[in-house]
Write a new protein. Structure first.
Length: 394
């Protein structure tokens, strides 16, 4: 039955609507509505599982003879009880390989939490602080007036240390000869700021001194038994020398912080042999190796650079942990030790420049000295000297 509306459109009658409603209710009783595709799949799986279980139940034997055939015999059950329950199979993981993976630590950043594996390579022998030190006749200075700028082993029992910050003396600073137990053997006043020192023999050393009448080198003679130390020669230089080293022929190599374009090479007597051109940077220390290489630090670029016999320079070490590298030394195995002024750390590298270890030794690191016979290292940090024993097996 159709009912016409005012606009001429037809509507479905109430009787037809009621018939459709009854038809949909009958369909719901036959198959319940599916809420989603996932629900229908899950229910169909459940129905199929139930139907399969009923089929299996129908196939199972119901007679007593059939049940007895499916059960194991008494002898089998006794054997099973004697053996006990079957052990579960365990999945054993393969043992980890004991081989160490070699990592180029120069390319791995270091953080305070030890992201880079670090081995401590020193044992502290302890060196007592210098409580009071004789500076002049009837004049004593305390430890607060000391600032060691560099240090070197004179022999196995004695150390030469440069003190460039004795503020109680208006006329200069000192070169100290100290025993390894911390007692002062003798000292020498110098009219300037001593910066670097190298030991040529157990009785002779050379030091760079700034702000003399003119900057330059001083040759020092030491007699430990007589407790005497004196300046035997002064060589004026116009480059304000900082770093100092020497090779097997005792030729002296000098770098300057302010005159950065070259490295001066002098004979043992002080005659200039040649000059080596350098890349611009902040050069504090230099060092010579037995394989005719000269190393020097660039504090501005935080690198260790090498110069061969032909005068060619190249970068040898650039490490993420360098923080104002100011000290450079080698041991008997040609391992290199670079001291960071900023972090108070010493980084150990082999002769190829590969990172080996790091150890902490206070703060404000100024100088490193190594005795290659006793394999000990002395560290100058502000107003104290620390002696450690090297462990080259690490």
């Amino acid at each position: 039955m159709k009912v016409k509306t005012k606009d001429g459109k037809a509507k479905i009658s109430e009787e037809r609507n009621k018939g459709n409603l009854r038809r949909s209710q009958r369909l719901k009783q036959i198959s319940p509505p599916l809420s989603s595709a996932k629900g229908s799949k899950a229910k169909s799986k459940k129905l199929s599982k139930v139907s399969s279980q009923t089929v299996l139940r129908e196939k199972q034997p119901t007679s007593a003879s059939a049940k007895s055939k499916s059960r194991p015999s008494a002898s089998c059950r006794a054997e099973k009880q004697r053996k006990g329950p079957t052990p579960k199979m365990e999945c054993k993981s393969k043992p980890k390989s004991s081989q160490k993976v070699e990592i180029d630590y120069r390319r791995v950043p270091t953080d305070p939490e030890g992201y880079v594996p670090v081995q401590k390579t020193i044992r502290n022998l302890t060196l007592p602080l210098l409580k009071t030190i004789q500076i002049e006749d009837n004049y004593y200075g305390d430890v607060s007036a000391i600032n060691f700028s560099d240090v070197a082993f004179l022999d196995e029992s004695h150390i030469l240390a440069l003190d460039d910050n004795n503020l109680k003396l208006d006329r200069g600073h000192r070169v100290c000869c100290v025993n390894v137990d911390g007692t002062l053997v003798c000292d020498l006043l110098v009219p300037g700021y001593p910066w670097s020192i190298v030991v040529l023999s157990p009785t002779e050393a050379v030091a760079t001194v700034r702000r003399l009448e003119s900057d330059g080198l001083i040759w020092i003679s030491i007699d430990v038994h007589a407790k005497s130390i004196e300046i035997t020669k002064h060589l004026p230089l116009d480059q304000e020398p900082f770093g100092l080293s020497y090779d097997d022929r005792s030729d002296l190599f000098i770098v300057s912080y302010f005159h950065q374009r070259f490295m001066s090479v002098l004979s043992r007597n002080g005659d200039e042999i040649r000059k080596i051109g350098l890349r611009l940077g902040a050069h504090f220390r230099c060092l010579t190796l037995t394989n005719s290489r000269v190393l020097y630090l660039d504090t501005q670029r935080h690198t260790v650079n090498a110069i061969d016999q032909k005068g060619k320079a190249k970068m040898l070490i650039k490490h993420a942990s360098f923080n104002i590298p100011i000290c450079l030394e080698t041991d008997c195995l040609q391992n290199m030790y670079v001291g960071n002024f900023g972090s108070g750390q010493i980084l150990k590298f082999d002769q190829c420049g590969t990172y080996r270890a790091t150890f902490q030794c206070g703060s404000n690191l100024n100088g490193i000295g190594i005795d290659r016979k006793s394999e000990r290292i002395v560290v100058a940090q502000n107003n104290s000297l620390l002696i450690y024993e090297l462990d080259n097996n690490a």
